[in-house]
Design a protein around this ligand. Structure first.
Ligand code: NDP
Length: 446
């Protein structure tokens, strides 16, 4: 078995040189899915995984725009259309200086499995740019978004490819891009998700990823005979996913101790309650300040510069910032300090070594493709509402989100149960794979 996996990875690596993040995501899937393929005649010999790792289409383009000083700036835009076997391409757009082909291909690849797990008909895609919205004025962000969409619009559509937000792309950026798409196409369609409520958005979409992570964590803990109530929760990030993961964790009785950004973390030993979290939302979403400003209003809390929050003792850890933000040393520290459950809000935040530590120590560990699938699930519900020209209530969307997260948990149990332990990585990868692989087999070699 090891040889089959090794040969497969060598072949993929040969074709995707200098793409470490992409290879990391492929390796994790190959290690759990290849043994399953070998045992199942329908998939064996069909080169299904080799077909899945090759994007159906990679689009790369120039984004030229003019800043407030009237200087011309140039960024690079991308869209990776990875797999459309079970539905139109679906996945977010990321605006961050670290964006490159490797990062977007890893995200698009993970998205295939995640979207399949949601039970909704969505293929996998991802896109973005190396543009950094931080420190830019609203008009600069608008001009960039308009220029980005002026090329992207010809590749997307409500039945072809439906982008959404991700790091650096929130409601402001979605608004500017939607406006430009509508102007270019002269049609009002559900081509993007994460739209404002008054112009086609879905209730609960902003909350969906963070809420979904906590619903999933609650399911994992219940399955182990506990729950979130009174548990100390450590969260990284302070963006969209982190904020709503914190909100739901607080609502379910967890004690949220930390939030962070790329400059460090805040630790509030009294717990970040709903009122303090509201202040964080104003700081981050309206004033666009750094998380360190938190201590100006709450001086009993401390700001730890240049560090990640994994050194804080907790029972539950929710990495909600970015890829590879939690390494082997962090995992060891978390386990040593009593952590029993890790639910990923971000995509691939734990390094492979950290994941091995979690599974070796039989810690409850949910990979992002399962635990953060709530965001794209509600994006799928936004698409459904746009097609119906109808809006569901907050309660209806939340109930559907909860039931989707419960179904994903069930699928992970079905494929991931081992002697006295649930291997959620194996469960999520195989459950996600089966649906897409069956569709690919039915559709022939295309
Ligand atoms: P936001 O842009 O709203 O927030 C990102 C947060 O992560 C910020 O606090 C940011 O800090 C921090 N961060 C980003 N890069 C780094 C870094 N290199 N080191 C430390 N901190 C960093 O993004 P989201 O909350 O939307 O996304 C967070 C994660 O969740 C990503 O991995 C994304 O792919 C994933 N995700 C998001 C979904 C969504 O619906 N939005 C859906 C599923 C997954 P700073 O401001 O300093 O950069």
């Amino acid at each position: 078995m090891d040889k089959i996996i090794k040969d497969f990875l060598a072949e993929v690596n040969e074709r995707n040189q200098n793409e470490p993040e992409f290879m990391q995501a492929v390796t994790e899937v190959a290690e759990t899915v290849i043994p399953y393929i070998v045992k199942n005649n329908v998939y064996y010999g069909q080169n299904i995984l080799l077909r899945m790792v090759e994007p159906e289409r990679v689009i790369s383009f120039r984004v030229a725009w003019i800043d407030d000083k009237e200087e011309i700036q140039v960024n690079r835009g991308y869209r990776i259309e990875m797999n459309s076997a079970i539905g139109p391409y679906k996945g977010g757009l990321r605006f961050h200086p670290s964006v490159n082909l490797s990062v977007l291909k890893f995200l698009a690849f993970e998205q295939i499995f995640k979207n399949s797990l949601t039970t909704l008909p969505m293929g996998g895609g991802k896109g973005g740019s190396d543009f950094d919205p931080k420190g830019k004025t609203d008009t600069e962000v608008m001009r960039f978004c308009q220029s980005f969409m002026t090329e992207l619009f010809r590749h997307i559509g409500p039945n072809r490819d439906i982008p959404a937000g991700d790091i650096g792309v929130g409601s402001r950026e979605i608004g500017y891009m939607f406006g430009q798409y509508k102007r270019l196409k002269n049609e009002f369609t559900g081509v993007l998700t994460g739209k404002g409520i008054s112009w086609g958005g879905s209730l609960i979409r902003p909350e969906a990823t963070g809420y979904g992570v906590v619903y999933f964590v609650q399911k994992m803990m219940e399955n182990n005979g506990t729950g979130l109530k009174s548990k100390k929760v450590v969260i990284s990030g302070s963006g969209n996913v982190a904020q709503y993961a914190a909100e739901k964790a607080i609502q379910l009785g967890g004690i949220v101790l930390t939030l962070s950004d790329s400059s460090g973390y805040i630790f509030d030993s009294e717990g970040i309650d709903e009122e303090k979290l509201k202040h964080v939302m104003t700081l981050k979403n309206i004033k666009r300040e750094r998380i360190s400003s938190y201590i100006k209003k709450y001086p009993k809390a401390k700001f730890v510069a240049g560090k990640t929050p994994w050194e804080v003792a907790c029972e539950v850890a929710l990495p909600c910032a970015t890829q590879n933000e939690l390494n082997e040393k962090d995992a060891d520290l978390l386990i040593k300090n009593g952590c029993v459950c890790v639910g990923e809000g971000a995509n691939m935040p734990s390094t492979p070594e950290a994941i091995h530590q979690f599974t070796n120590h039989k810690i409850l560990y949910a990979p992002g493709k399962a635990s953060n699938a709530g965001g794209v699930a509600v994006s799928g519900l936004e698409m459904a509402q746009n097609s119906l020209r109808y809006n569901w209530s907050r309660e209806e969307v939340d109930a559907k989100l909860q039931s989707i997260m419960a179904e994903i948990h069930q699928s992970c149990l079905y494929y991931g149960k081992e002697e006295g332990y649930v291997n959620y990585v194996k469960g999520a990868n195989i459950a996600g794979f089966v649906k897409v692989a069956d569709a690919m087999l039915a559709q022939g070699v295309v």
